[in-house]
Design a protein around this ligand. Structure first.
Ligand code: GDP
Ligand code: IMO
Ligand code: MG
Length: 433
């Protein structure tokens, strides 16, 4: 068997959680391979809305295994909070959640470091979610990290304290203001106590060698879906560096983040919005600062699932999407949130970037940091409420025209369209559609 992949093609928040949940019945195992609590994946079904951060979006299906892979970084405080919330809803993660022993820990001082590093950047700040992502992946790469598999070892507390001491030295070098030294509004000591309580609380979740579990499951014919976090344009290598996250969000990240060979990759579902959003700083060529952008934010409820921050909004960016399709080897496109554009008289798509008199088809090394003028093509809006449509052929002509146009530019079929936040508001197209 091969492992299928589902990931974001833009700057995150494309709707990966919703589609993972929709596709879960087709799989036996759902696995996260990178990122951590910076992610916020929203699921809606049966009148319920739930946001997951570290836990894979298959968790509501009791008969499916959900794996937090070695490439993910874990904050026991936030993971415990997630698990508590699930238990209130009658979901028991100790039954179907498995964590790689090799997954690194986000310690309290990673969050302080994230905060002081951001604050010290002033106007050039990245807009980090302040969950400690950058510092935790830095320690992993620098070989100073602590892994969840280390927690039971007798010298864990010594290692934790040594790391803490080292972090405080670094924090002091930023001459932090007192209010930078808070985590979730708490003093570091208070938070550390809750962090350890969290670690204790999650101790009934099974720790495994997930690379062996995943490979043996593939061999046994199990179907596996790898669920990405963030998006391709936030990838640490190919995104809008330095305004990116600290992991490889692309398909290649699945191999390192779960321990599987490249030839084991099967279908790649690339999820994108019918427009574009970004939260945090950095280049966004099609951003709209107008009433139109405001309308997208309002219609699409574009506020961060993790931080609540308003998301920046703009037209769909085909040069960036083509780049993302190329980097990920996308076999199936999934278009989200077209319903947000239902009342738009005119919908634009960016087909190229213009810098001076030169046109670009892809974001290059220099282009994204130059003043780009997006070349726009206009479409007539469908001006019909599409959220409750159940069949592809019933959808308005204008909508289908928009979809087929994107397909011909991106050269990949759009095999799923999402027409609302609910699990049921999804059309999976037949090959004859
Ligand atoms: P993720 O991080 O990629 O999982 O996406 P988020 O959950 O952060 O953001 C997507 C938001 O859009 C959530 O609030 C979803 O409930 C919502 N959503 C998902 N699909 C649709 C859709 O087709 N239409 C609308 N209107 N909302 C959607
Ligand atoms: P999901 O999985 C949208 C953005 C942050 C910031 C940058 C770096 O829900 O799509 P970090 O905390 O990773 O150091 O922040 O990346 N970012 C996201 N934006 N969706 C996400 O996740 C994100 N995770 C991080 O806003 O600009
Ligand atoms: Mg999100």
């Amino acid at each position: 068997m091969k492992i299928d992949v589902l990931l974001g093609l833009q700057w995150g928040d494309e709707g990966k959680g919703k589609i993972t949940d929709v596709l879960t019945p087709e799989y036996d195992i759902i696995a996260r391979f990178q990122g951590g609590p910076n992610a916020g994946h929203t699921l809606e079904f049966d009148g319920l809305k739930h946001v997951l951060h570290t836990i894979p979006s298959g968790i509501f299906h009791a008969d499916k295994a959900n794996v937090i892979g070695n490439g993910v970084i874990i904050d026991p405080f936030t993971l415990a909070k997630e698990i508590r919330k699930l238990r209130v809803m009658g979901v028991e993660p100790s039954k179907n959640l498995l964590i790689s022993k090799r997954a690194h820990l986000i310690v309290p001082t990673h969050r302080l470091l994230d905060a002081v590093q951001e604050a010290s950047k002033g106007t050039s700040k990245i807009g980090s979610t302040l969950k400690g992502i950058g510092p935790a992946y830095t320690d992993k790469s620098a070989r100073n990290g602590l892994r969840i598999g280390d927690v039971k070892s007798t010298d864990f507390k010594d290692k934790f304290n040594a790391q803490k001491k080292m972090h405080f030295k670094a924090i002091d070098s930023y001459n932090p203001e007192p209010d930078w030294l808070k985590i979730e509004g708490m003093n570091p000591d208070e938070y550390e106590k809750l962090w350890f309580e969290g670690l204790d609380y999650i101790s009934d979740i099974q720790l495994i060698d997930s690379e062996i579990f995943i490979n043996q499951s593939l061999k046994a014919g199990k179907r596996i879906l790898a669920e990405g976090a963030q998006g391709t344009m936030l990838d640490v290598d190919f995104g809008t560096y330095p305004f990116v996250t600290s992991s490889n969000t692309i398909t290649a990240g699945v191999c390192a983040g779960l321990g599987i060979a490249p030839h084991s990759i099967g279908r790649v579902f690339g999820v994108f919005k019918a427009y574009c959003t970004r939260v945090g700083s950095g280049p966004f060529p099609t951003e709209l600062h107008s009433e139109t952008g405001e309308r997208m934010r309002k219609n699409g409820n574009e506020f961060g699932s993790t931080t609540g921050r308003p998301r920046r909004c703009g037209w769909i960016d085909l040069p960036a999407l083509k780049y993302a399709v190329m980097l990920n080897g996308v076999t199936d496109l999934v278009m989200m949130k077209a319903d947000v554009l239902d009342d738009f008289e005119k919908i634009s798509i960016c087909t190229q970037y213009k810098i001076g008199e030169t046109l670009y088809d892809f974001p290059g090394y220099e282009t994204l940091n130059s003043p780009i003028k997006p070349v726009l093509e206009d479409f007539k809006g469908w001006q019909t409420a599409i959220s409750n449509y159940k069949a592809w052929e019933e959808l308005p002509q204008g909508f289908r025209h928009y979809v087929s146009n994107l397909e011909s530019v991106l050269n990949v079929p759009i095999s799923i369209v999402s027409l609302g936040p609910n699990r049921d508001q999804t059309i999976i197209r037949k090959s004859s559609d």
